[in-house]
Design a protein around this ligand. Structure first.
Ligand SMILES: Cc1cc2nc3c(=O)[nH]c(=O)nc-3n(C[C@H](O)[C@H](O)[C@H](O)COP(=O)(O)OP(=O)(O)OC[C@H]3O[C@@H](n4cnc5c(N)ncnc54)[C@H](O)[C@@H]3O)c2cc1C
Length: 296
């Protein structure tokens, strides 16, 4: 938290977050005094204090430019952050769904699980993302977790929020560099754009999976034997039917017309299955990000 008592006692305006209020040039309420770093609070539409070294260094330059008379401004802070927690990198950018809901903004959330390079590399790490957007509106936030690096997705998403106004279509149009050693031919953000486009209602959020027992869902377990040996389905998920994609294409009539949830390891095969079943008139959803995301 900012320690701004001295600035407050000197008559500078203190923001609602407790920091010294500055404008987009880093000037305080007394234009001859600037503030930067952890003690500063930007007065953009969403006033925020972000005690980060990344922001502190940029605002240091901003203030230096302002003092030197060089035209410079800082856009609204988006909250791009990354941290390593034991073996996982966790990153985020923009808003969370709960913060937006508290402001009575309608939100949609989509989840996806990918690898950070071609999956046949033994050192490929799983990357799990969640994208938040206003209902039928702009993108508002990203959260990402991986045993590998996550910073590239946080930084790319921040540019979409800042430079493209959060336009959802811009995610799908991103140009990205690819070599199988370090990336995938389609970036995870491209697929997140497709998931948004194909309709978030096809996804069952990972944290809703356990409602299945109570709601009487039929869970189509598509995990292969090898996958089942690594991770099984939790108890209490509803009636479980074991079918792979090939079996589902022939035996789909055995499934009820409503309340079907398809489950695979990462969400790819189960998406295809849910799409197939919906084309047959069955109200099916797939467990977003697969059983791996649910476990995380
Ligand atoms: C453990 C830790 C890990 C972090 N890791 C990250 C990270 O990975 N990524 C990231 O973006 N950010 C990280 N941060 C945050 C980042 O360090 C801060 O946001 C950044 O250092 C703030 O810079 P600053 O110049 O505003 O303040 P500071 O770096 O705190 O500098 C303030 C200076 O003022 C001095 N000072 C205080 N009072 C007085 C006084 N009365 N008179 C004279 N001098 C005084 C202090 O001694 C200090 O040297 C981390 C912070 C901590 C504590």
């Amino acid at each position: 938290r900012p320690v701004a008592a001295l600035a407050g006692a000197a008559g500078l305006e203190i923001g609602p977050g407790g920091g010294i209020l500055v404008d987009e040039r880093g000037c305080t309420s007394d234009p001859s005094i600037c503030a930067a770093g952890d003690c500063a609070e930007f007065s953009c539409e969403r006033r925020r204090v972000l005690p980060l070294g990344s922001i502190a260094n940029r605002t240091g330059r901003l203030v230096a430019n302002t003092i030197a008379g060089v035209e410079d401004t800082m856009p609204c802070l988006l909250g791009s952050e990354v941290i390593k927690v034991f073996d996982l990198h966790v990153g985020c950018c923009g808003e969370t769904a709960s913060r937006l809901r508290a402001e009575e903004v309608g939100v949609e959330e989509v989840w996806g699980a990918f690898t950070d390079r071609a999956p046949f590399y033994p050192e490929a790490a799983t990357v799990r993302l969640k994208v938040i957007r206003e209902t039928e509106g702009p993108l508002r936030g990203l959260q990402v977790v991986s045993g590998g690096a996550v910073v590239r997705w946080v930084n790319t998403f921040a540019q979409i929020l800042d430079l493209a106004g959060g336009e959802a279509g811009a995610l799908g149009r991103l140009e990205h560099a690819y070599a199988p050693t370090c990336a995938t031919a389609l970036d995870p953000l491209h697929t997140m754009a497709s998931i948004l486009e194909s309709g978030p209602e096809m996804q069952l959020p990972p944290d809703a999976f356990l409602d299945g027992g109570e709601k009487g869902w039929t869970v189509v377990n598509m995990l292969t034997e090898a996958e089942r040996n690594r991770v099984g389905l939790p108890a209490l998920v509803g009636r479980v039917v074991e079918m792979d994609l090939a079996a589902l294409r022939t035996d789909w009539r055995d499934l009820p017309e409503r309340g079907v949830v398809t489950v695979c390891a990462k969400g790819g095969r189960s998406y295809e299955a849910a799409r197939f079943l919906r084309d047959k008139g069955i109200e099916a959803r797939y467990l977003a990000g697969g059983i791996g995301f649910y476990n995380v």
